[in-house]
Design a protein around this ligand. Sequence first.
Ligand code: HEC
Ligand code: HEC
Ligand code: HEC
Ligand code: HEC
Length: 425
Amino acid sequence: MDSNKKIWMTLGGIVLAMLFIIVLQLFVRTPYQTIKVAVIPEGEYDPAVWGRHYPLEYKSYLRNREMAASPTGFGGSEKVQKSIKEPEILVNFKGMPFSIDYTEDRGHPYALEDLRDTKRVDKTTAGACMTCKTAQLADLFKEKGWDYAKMPLLDLLPQLKHPIVCANCHDPKTMNLRVINPAFIEAMEKRGIDVKKAPREEMRSYVCGQCHAEYYFVPVGKKVVFPWVRGLHPEKMYEYYSSIPNGFEMDWKHPDSETKMLKAQHPDFEMWSGGVHAGSGVSCADCHMPYMKVDGQKYTSHWVTSPMKHGKEACRTCHTQSDQWLLDRVKSIQNSVWEMQHTAGQTVARAHQAVGKASKSARADRAQLDKARELIRKAQWYWDYVAAENSMGFHNPVLALNTLGRSVDLAHQAIAAAERAAGGR
Ligand code: HEC
Ligand code: HEC
Ligand code: HEC
Ligand code: HEC
């Protein structure tokens, strides 16, 4: 073989190998092409162990411990009591633990610590509360099924060492995204979606949706259920609750208005799902876990916090406007929603007081009082759907404002019904 032929054969070989890699990449579109998947055993929950193999992701994950306000003035990662700015919380949640302690959320590594510290926990608190706070849920569910949910939380807490860690979202063997919360898997199944077969793009939101969603505990057994069979819109979830599903009638009874109340829990996934971003295929991870670059190496940021702390990477991959313009848009949406949320919350508080006052009169019209109570229950649900959601309306501004508008209207109707009731028959 002459040397020219050798050179051509080598070159041809290189071209073929490159073509092979390109074709392979077309078929195997995982982001892990550049990383070597390490073998981490199932049941390894210590993020530091995972971090030895994935140092860039781990380093950014550690930033979740940083506590700082958000540039929008809303949200943020500091533990601030919400009732300082919204005293109506003390009236609307009277008679239940959220009136004692209700703080702004912070980073994932604090989940267990904050659960241990909250004054909302006592010896009657159900083990079900740990469902969204630790990856060790996987073991507990395998071992006990839903029986873990009815155990006292205080009995479970000593064995819980790892909060929200890598294993909540990743299969340790393949590093593919996964969900471990059985309540989410079941709720999606009921909507005809098999999350075990979901495409990667969907998984980039499902890993978050498994915790950032509304749920309730079934009264007997404390199983966690997501109220989604009729839909994710606040009206559809309210209808579902009105059917007293699995015997669930209320979260608590309000002591002033004697209304059977619902407590909404962070419906971030639901709110996002009807918005313009979800409609355009923008996932939670697109904004909250943007791609970063160091020394030419691309990786996913695991500092899951307000995207406005790194707007360039989070928003400007799609938006051509300036950082300042985007920040101003977010703030103006949030300010409008905040104003309406505050108004709705205060109006609902007045409704509780009006019904409480009317019900003290022996002459009060009982039928009108019951009507007023049903109106309060619904008004507060609509207010709380937005107030308990974490983005101050940004995830879906139209739905947030519409829902708060309904809340104000219903609360006024409740006050009017209470006044009619007090007027006697
Ligand atoms: C809240 C969910 C969540 C947690 C917790 C989490 N990850 Fe990820 N991780 C993701 C998402 C989402 C992606 C993007 C994957 C995709 O698009 O396919 C990702 C991607 C990755 C990748 C692929 C390379 C890259 O940077 O895109 C690695 C490696 C990784 N994560 C390691 C870790 C490690 C190590 C931990 C724990 C310290 C961890 N992850 C915790 C959600 C999570
Ligand atoms: C295992 C349940 C779980 C999963 C999975 C999860 N979260 Fe969380 N998330 C929580 C809890 C609980 C908190 C509040 C922790 C605290 O305040 O102690 C929280 C807090 C947050 C915060 C507030 C952080 C801050 O700085 O204030 C953001 C933002 C967030 N999550 C977004 C996401 C996104 C995006 C995903 C998916 C990529 C996700 N979460 C996946 C349970 C979860
Ligand atoms: C288009 C970008 C975008 C998408 C998509 C998105 N978010 Fe957000 N999210 C934001 C912005 C902007 C805020 C407001 C942050 C602030 O006020 O600083 C926010 C706030 C939050 C917060 C509160 C953060 C804090 O500081 O307390 C949580 C939790 C959260 N989002 C979770 C989610 C989840 C879960 C999903 C998917 C179901 C999602 N987000 C989808 C942009 C997005
Ligand atoms: C993956 C692409 C993508 C990312 C990332 C993204 N957006 Fe968008 N955004 C869109 C699309 C698509 C629309 C729909 C309107 C349009 O086509 O411009 C939109 C619309 C908007 C709107 C107007 C709609 C409304 O809800 O009022 C605002 C404001 C906005 N985005 C802000 C942000 C901010 C802030 C971030 C970062 C936290 C962000 N976006 C991240 C794609 C994206």
